[in-house]
Design a protein around this ligand. Structure first.
Ligand SMILES: [Zn+2]
Ligand SMILES: [Zn+2]
Length: 297
């Protein structure tokens, strides 16, 4: 498969706010020492899409080009559910992904990460045709950037708890634009071992069997507050959760992750001003960079 050029180094990035103009995300990413950035292009809990001016989009591209930041990814809003039973919610969901891909392409993003939706515990078979059709419609209506379906912890019948959920969708849609985002917290909570080199090897062999490692496009790097197989999606700072520093060392050292962007979506280290943390921060970036540099040496 891979006769392509050698992947570059792993990029350590994080999700940053773009409040006050989409271009402000570039400065925030640089402030925490990120090497890559993930943003929302619309508030994640509302359907109404933010209207970005041409100036704001041009400024994003200029500031990104002038920065040392690598990949930019967009996270779709959380309301989307391509397996919904409600026609109105399906239309809104498709619209939200079309918007994210369109704005993402305009700002020069590599792609959009999507929580595909929920099969409500009924498995993929009853929803496969609807979700496949929705994904095809989305890809037909949008510019040529990646749409990455995210692995999920499995709360509420989430599609993506099993790698096979995403594999069956990739095969049904059959587009090189449809790829996968592996979230370390979600995957671990879903029951895939990530704490040891042997565990990571077994997990990535399962990923390869169900999806194909060549379809791994980007990584969400989050430790987990909850134990293996808890099915609960609770992110923790790098090294402070159940995956732990040893787990991240095993992950970053595995060849399937070579050259990928690792986006932190962690709560952040508590401070006096922010007792609950302030999201991906310089300390979490440093922790993951230190692990990467140790693994590489
Ligand atoms: Zn994630
Ligand atoms: Zn999560």
């Amino acid at each position: 498969m891979s006769k392509t050029k050698q992947p570059g180094p792993i990029q350590i990035g994080g999700h940053v706010s773009s409040a006050g103009g989409i271009f402000t995300a570039i400065g925030r990413a640089q402030e925490i020492g990120a090497e890559a950035a993930q943003i929302f292009v619309s508030p994640p809990q509302t359907w109404r899409a933010t209207q970005h001016t041409d100036e704001a989009i041009a400024k994003f591209r200029e500031e990104h080009a002038a920065s040392k930041l690598g990949e930019v990814w967009v996270h779709n809003i959380y309301l989307a559910n391509l397996a919904t039973e409600t026609p109105e919610q399906l239309a809104n969901s498709i619209g939200s992904v079309v918007n994210a891909l369109t704005v993402g392409a305009a700002v020069g993003a590599k792609g959009v990460v999507l929580h595909t939706g929920s099969h409500r515990g009924g498995g993929m078979a009853p929803v496969l045709d609807q979700v496949t059709d929705a994904l095809k419609r989305i890809l037909d209506a949008t510019p040529d950037i990646t749409l990455a379906l995210e692995t999920m912890a499995g709360q509420g019948g989430a599609i993506g708890k099993e790698f096979e959920d995403l594999g069956v969708l990739l095969r049904a849609v059959d587009s090189p634009r449809l790829q996968v985002c592996l979230d370390t917290c979600h995957t671990f909570a879903a029951g895939y071992e990530l704490r040891t080199p042997e565990g990571v090897e077994a997990t990535m062999r399962a990923f390869d069997d169900a999806i194909g490692v060549e379809h791994l496009a980007v990584v969400h790097a989050n430790d987990s507050k909850m134990p293996l197989g808890s099915l609960r999606d609770r992110h923790e700072n790098i090294g402070d959760g159940h995956i732990g520093t040893d787990g991240f060392r095993a992950i970053l050292g595995h060849p399937a992750f070579a050259g990928k962007a690792f986006m932190l979506e962690v709560p952040g280290i508590p401070t006096e001003a922010k007792p609950k943390g302030d999201g991906p921060d310089a300390e979490n970036i440093k922790r993951l960079q230190a692990i990467r540099d140790q693994v590489a040496s």
